[in-house]
Design a protein around this ligand. Sequence first.
Ligand SMILES: [Zn+2]
Length: 425
Amino acid sequence: MSESGRTVIIGLDGVPYGMLKGFADSGVMPNTGKLIKEGIFRQMHSSVPEVSSVAWSCMITGKNPGEHGTYGFMDLVPGSYKMKFPNFTDLKAAPFWDEWDGRSIIVNVPSTYPVRQMNGVHISGFVSIDFDKSVHPQSLIPELQKLDYRLDVNSELAHKNMDLFLQDVDNTLAARVKAGRYLWDYTDWQTFMFVFTGTDRLMHFLWDAYEDTGHKYHYLFCDHFKKIDKAIGEMAEKAGDGDLIVMVSDHGFERLDYDVYLNFALMEHGLLYFADGVGLNNISEGTKAFVLDPGRVYVNYKDKYPCGTVEESESEALLSELEALFGSLEVDGRKVVRDMYRKEQLYSGPYVDSAPDLILVGDDGFNLKGSVKAEQLASRGVFTGKHTQDTAFLVVSGAFDETVLPEVPTVSDVRGIIEKNTSRA
Ligand SMILES: [Zn+2]
């Protein structure tokens, strides 16, 4: 515990505990293996729901969604069925770099677009649209362009040509690592945060290639992690003895067996109706509930939504009915939903009102979906991997006090763990 010690936070989007352990043990990620050996390595719980925008928001604020206000990749505009895309401007709690002492270098943290004035450097991550609004200070833009820095991989390629997609994932990584190297020495800093996001994209499309050693792309899949490990080794090497190194993923991953369409189940059971074509905007009278990705269930309350029909007094009976319905869903004879939470079990704070009323976590292999267009309960798509809630990881190495670590940390604990180890709270 040193007050002068710096903090290096390395994010690996979506990488599950088991995969990191496997790659560390088998020598694909030797530098990560060294950090694990020198520090602690724990399985970590993601946010509920286990999507990057929510989980990274929890990580950088140290708060739960009831306090930072982000509940999904898309959220509802209050008082309507309209969807909006929450960005950094919508985040209702401060990221650590606005509150900690010293300069921060922040590279590629999801859901931090558009960037704003801060003490240091901030390059926002997925989804970043306009390069000019993704970089602070703007004077860095020419240098980043010289390094061929990209705001994200081109996932469209994966649908057309997997070889080109893999090349793009690697090129994006290479440019980002070069930018990281440049920024490491660009100025004095207290906190350096760097997130690798190609990992998530790879796992969505090629989880099968990871599991199957005979798969055409198994080698290239592992090779990407080797390249990441090299960059991790470089950062660990440059960090000083008194520095704290924290490695995290925001959620885990596993094989995807089925996408399961929860709104289809609601429609079949007479709990969701549409007028003039299927679409959230066309929700009509008689609707009791609807679902947004991934497993966010909203009760269609009378004074909350334009076509709201449910009275507060009917709430408990309806929630019980929904729990019974979703709890009994089966595909191929397997239970679809593993965990169900009422919103008050998960969230607290000033923004609980905009939270989903019931939140579901899928069982092994089941990817819960809010799409309203499905014509059947379950199907298989192009993706072979899906997020998991309970298999993220946390590695803490360097100068730290183990007693401040919860036995099973969650993404909302990460900021506090760092603060307790650096006297920054
Ligand atoms: Zn993902």
